[in-house]
Design a protein around this ligand. Structure first.
Ligand SMILES: [Zn+2]
Length: 61
């Protein structure tokens, strides 16, 4: 398979980058942004670096 369309790099392999919103201070940042990852539990949690609110709290897959 030849790469003829070099401008078509298709960086969508991992899907679109969704933004998260902090429920405490309405801060917006990408999922892989500067949220604080809390690895202390068996759950996937992201904390807001600005106000410390839990932005995501879900079981790990
Ligand atoms: Zn916040």
């Amino acid at each position: 398979m030849r790469l003829r369309h070099h401008s078509e790099r298709a960086p969508r392999a991992r899907g679109s980058k969704a933004a998260l919103f902090c429920p405490g201070c309405s801060r917006e940042s990408p999922v892989d942004g500067d949220w604080i990852a809390d690895d202390g539990t068996a759950r996937q949690r992201l904390l807001c670096p600005a106000c410390g609110a839990v932005v995501i709290d879900q079981p790990t897959f």
